[in-house]
Each structure stands twice: as C-alpha cells, then as structure tokens.
Design a protein around this ligand. Structure first.
Ligand code: SF4
Length: 303
C-alpha cells in the first residue's frame, strides 16, 4: 500500500472501495528484478533470500527459495490483493471484547492446568503486556537462547533481549550452529513457542532436528514459552492434530520443504527425507517447580 490514510476508513468504517487502500500491484518483470537483486545480496551474506527462512534453523537458514514463492520476498501476488472483509463500525470493537473475554476465561483454565502439572502460567492482555511479563521472568544478566519459532519475536522479546542487559546466544548468527545448539543446554533461559497447548495445561511440540524439544525436556535452567491463545486445544488428541495439520504444513512452507503437507496443507503422515515430524514431545508434568513457565497472550502468535 502506498498510502496508509485510507486503511482506517476501510477497515473500521465498513467501506468496500479498495481504491481507499491505494494498493500498488507489482508486475512480473518488477518481481523478477527485485528477486534477482535480493537473492544476489543474501547469497553474498550466506543467508536465505527468504526473510522467514533466514530467521529459522537448519540448512533452511541458507536456502535459496524459488522465485514463485512471492511471499518470500515480500510481494503481494500480482492479482487482486487479498483483503480482510470490511467490518461494520462498532461491531469490530464488541467482537474484540467477546474474544478477549473468552480468552481470559480460557487462559485461567489453562493456567490452573499448568499449576496442577508443576508449571507456571501467566496471562497477558496483549503483545506489549506479554513482553513486560516475559522480561519480568528473565533476570538481568541471564544467558538466553531459543530454538527458532516466531512468537517470542512477534512480541518483541528477541529484540529486547539482544538490546538489553542479557547474554543472548543468537543461534541464527552463529557460524558454528552445532556449538550454538549445544550451548542451549546450559542456558539460563530457553525461549520457545508451542505447537499447541491443551486447556488443562499439556504442551505439545514436534521437531525435525529435536534441538528444540530436547532442550524443553532437559538442560536449560528455565524454559519460557510464549504462546498465543490460537494454540489452545481442547485435549492432547486435538493438540497433536493441530501440530500436524496446522503448524507443520505452515512451517514446511516457511522452510521451503518438500513434504506432502507443503503441497496439500494437511498431514499425510509422510516419511519424506524433509519431514519435520521426527520427534513429538508431550509435556504433561515437570519435576522441577518453576522451570517451565508459559506466557499466554491474548493474540494470534506463530503458527
Ligand atoms: S508427517 Fe509429513 S506430511 Fe505430516 S505434517 Fe509432518 S512433514 Fe507434513
């Protein structure tokens, strides 16, 4: 969009005239040119040309994504842009209140479930509150690292740790990835998202390399989960289904993997060499009080 002024009128005012948004559509020629330029720059730096893959882990952090993956280089497709349906003035506000009320009630149930499992839960009304809560749980001077994932980045926690009085081990920037992964086991705090969490406080995570699930299970002194309320499922069965039919296909797309779910959008129970469903971790209890903490955020985070 080349002009933000019409966005508020369009979304909040219930307007349908897309000219208000002043959308600029890129031609195929423009996309090809910028793709080539961006790929040349990122190849020189030794990172993926896809901004999402570049912040990920494994070999994907250096993967050169195809030109057809237009989202990878930040372009909208050269067709009619996908837009949220316009909301009528006033309805949006009351819907948000209803969602927030539901999330508050549900989060209280999840937090009780976590407590029954020797884990701690906290509820944050929005991303800013989540950032404040997370920082309150990480003592200054802590050695902090993470195993990939988007939720901690989305609330601004990774930037705050990099720029604050903490020792942040940035695995994505490390030249020796294996050493960085091993260092995670001795961290004070390991940050993680969750593929799903049940209403009674069971955490479900799947992993390809297992560095994330292994660190959740053992090693770091504390594991701090940042979890959007979109990850809450009614039970373990639903959580596993979410992990395999929502999180995995999106992550397979994100990393440019050649898995059936990347093509179909749902799990085909594959044994593909690219599968990211090698290890499943169901965390139903912690022997160490205070080691696992979960900040539940009244927002959609991650996948
Ligand atoms: S098992 Fe294969 S198809 Fe199913 S979610 Fe995992 S990677 Fe995708």
């Amino acid at each position: 969009m080349t002009d933000r002024r019409g966005v508020f009128e369009y979304i909040l005012g219930g307007e349908t005239d897309t000219r208000l948004l002043n959308v600029r559509v890129f031609s195929d020629k423009e996309k090809k040119l910028v793709y080539a330029k961006q790929t040349a720059e990122t190849t020189k730096k030794g990172v993926s040309n896809c901004p999402l893959c570049a912040v990920g882990h494994d070999a994907n952090a250096r993967r050169v994504c195809g030109e057809s993956a237009s989202s990878a280089f930040g372009f909208a497709p050269a067709q009619t842009p996908r837009l949220r349906p316009p909301a009528r003035r006033g309805i949006l506000g009351s819907m948000n209140e209803n969602i927030t009320k539901r999330n508050e009630l549900l989060a209280a149930k999840v937090i009780r479930g976590l407590a029954s499992r020797n884990m701690e839960g906290f509820y944050a009304a929005d991303r800013d509150a989540a950032l404040r809560q997370a920082l309150a749980l990480i003592p200054e001077g802590s050695k902090v690292t993470m195993g990939g994932g988007m939720s901690a980045r989305e609330i601004g926690l990774v930037d705050a740790l990099k720029n604050g009085p903490y020792e942040f081990l940035d695995r994505d920037a490390a030249t020796d990835k294996r050493a960085a992964m091993l260092a995670a086991y001795d961290a004070d705090v390991f940050l993680s998202g969750a593929n799903a969490i049940t209403e009674d406080g069971v955490l479900v995570n799947i992993d390809g390399n297992a560095n994330r699930v292994s660190a959740i299970a053992q090693g770091p002194r504390k594991v701090l989960f940042i979890v959007g309320m979109n990850k809450v499922c009614c039970d373990v069965d639903a959580a596993l289904k979410r992990a395999r039919n929502v999180a995995a296909p999106i992550n397979a797309q994100r990393f440019g993997l050649s898995t059936p779910c990347a093509k179909t959008g749902s799990c085909m129970d594959c044994k593909s060499p690219d599968t990211i469903c090698c290890q499943f971790l169901v965390t139903r209890f912690s022997h160490h009080p205070g080691r696992i903490q979960v900040v539940l955020v009244n927002d959609d985070l991650g996948f």
